[in-house]
Design a protein around this ligand. Sequence first.
Ligand SMILES: [Fe+2]
Length: 610
Amino acid sequence: MSINDTTQAAKPVHRRTTTRLTAAAVCLSVALGGGALLAAPAHAATTTQSDIVLGVGSNEAQRNLSWYSSTDTVQIAQLALASDVVNGVFPSSTTSFAGTGAATTSGEFNRFATVTGLKENTSYVYRVGSEGDWSSTYSFRTQDFDGAFNFLFFGDPQLGSSGNLVNDSAGWVDTLNVATAAYPNAEMLFSAGDQVESATSEAQYEAFLQSDSLRQIPFVATNGNHDVGSKAYEQHFNTPNLDRTAGANTGSGSGGDYWFIYKDVLFLDINSNSRDASHIAWMNKVVAEQGANAKWRVLAFHHSIYSPGPHATDADVLDRRNVLPTAISNLGIDLVLQGHDHSYARSYLIHNGAKANPDEVAGADSVVAGPGGVLYVTANSASGSKYYDLQNKDFWWLSAQNQEKVRNYSAVDISDGAITIKTLRSQANGSDNPVNSIVDQVTLTRAAVPDLDSQQVQVTVPKAAPGEFVWNVDGTNNLVDLGTAIETGDHYAAIGAINPIRVTDTRAAGPQWSISAQVGDFTSASTSFSGKYLGWTPSAVLAGGDTVAGATVQSGFISGDGLSVSSTLGHAANGHALGSAKLAASLDLKIPVEVTKGTYTATLTLTALS
Ligand SMILES: [Fe+2]
């Protein structure tokens, strides 16, 4: 049996809902300004460290560090509380994390270290190297470990592609500066891939990595077509949960797909240079293992499949567009971040490779995704090193497109109920379009739970009521498994319980509300039986706000229609007290023994009226 996950219309719809309704990022006042706080030791070092990158870790309590070393020595990353820094001296109280690595393709030695055990809302300092050979000291800070957050998305810096590395580098640094100044609480710097023009060019990597922003805010690397031809990508970027077997890892390529969870959002980042089927198998595995822990699912890969420029009709892109969209919809991905076409595009919501809603209008400020609906965003160049013209061929997938040949970045705000992608100019385009003017903006919300694990999922969302009546499913798994029914005399019996429903009603007048449910037929691949055989006994686990549980409904096997007709889970009368409640229900399924053996699922649709 399955049960849907639903919420009330006045609020953005939650998926795998949590109870954090109004989580907000706390802005910290940090006394640490620039990246390098403290000078490296004055004595002549025998080993130098370079190319230091603060990467994203497996979760918000980790960071993955990477750096290059001039010699092959034992090295560590040292972490300390920024509050322990006195007179610019690195604290004596530190935590060390081992660095691992090997010779790089460019003759240095790379080192990776994973910093773990971070606390939220804390400022840290760190350095890498070994005693007597430390790097400069850098700083970063953590923020709340749950709730809403913001990250910055950048398209194809591809430093060196203009032929003028100095110009490309200046554009990239300026975009980083503009973006991080406009969004000082941004928690990630997310690249769409093609960090450099030539994967073998350490000069280009040095230019790419010159901004201390990349040592202060976790960087999320994506593997672009210009990042292969050398192992430098995977030697520079320490990506979490990397599976090198997903996507062909050729001799000169940097293979592998990786994932991480940040503040209840599952991020998947795949190496689209490879087009083998292992990406889909890998995504299925990760989503099966991690998806229930995430309120949103975000996928990133370099080669945009819904772009407006010349790459949109490349044969390899056509192949990806044929292969990936249905898998992406089935995976319940909400947002796909892409690059490669050096122009901006935002798709309509796309379900299984087709426009999900024929009525969606171009450039809509907000879009509401049903099951399998996916928003695809393609970033323009963040460095200005290369732009492609729009094809202007009325591609069916384009809700918005833009090419003004000025640098862009996107600010992505994620909360429990919505994702807003705001794309801005980091370079003015005349006086009408100054720096940080908006190219495009869209807010994505979910109307219903996507079809996952072959569950039939439905949601009924009533008209929004003013005030603060909020309800959601208290749990991360929308599947209620009643297990294997047991033969009991003249029937099969199974029991279970719904995921509890949390209700908060703080409307001053205390208007009445009720939550009811109704189940459809139980179906298997070839047969079905009536939902009337399901009964329940509701209870108010928490009964704040004068909440009253609904009456027991017995299985239709005994008598009546069971839950095949709408039945009340709980309610509160007019004039009730303010407060919160938690409604549960034990389930009682009694099925005639004549029912054919099999695994059956049904949809329990919950509806709130207020
Ligand atoms: Fe590319």
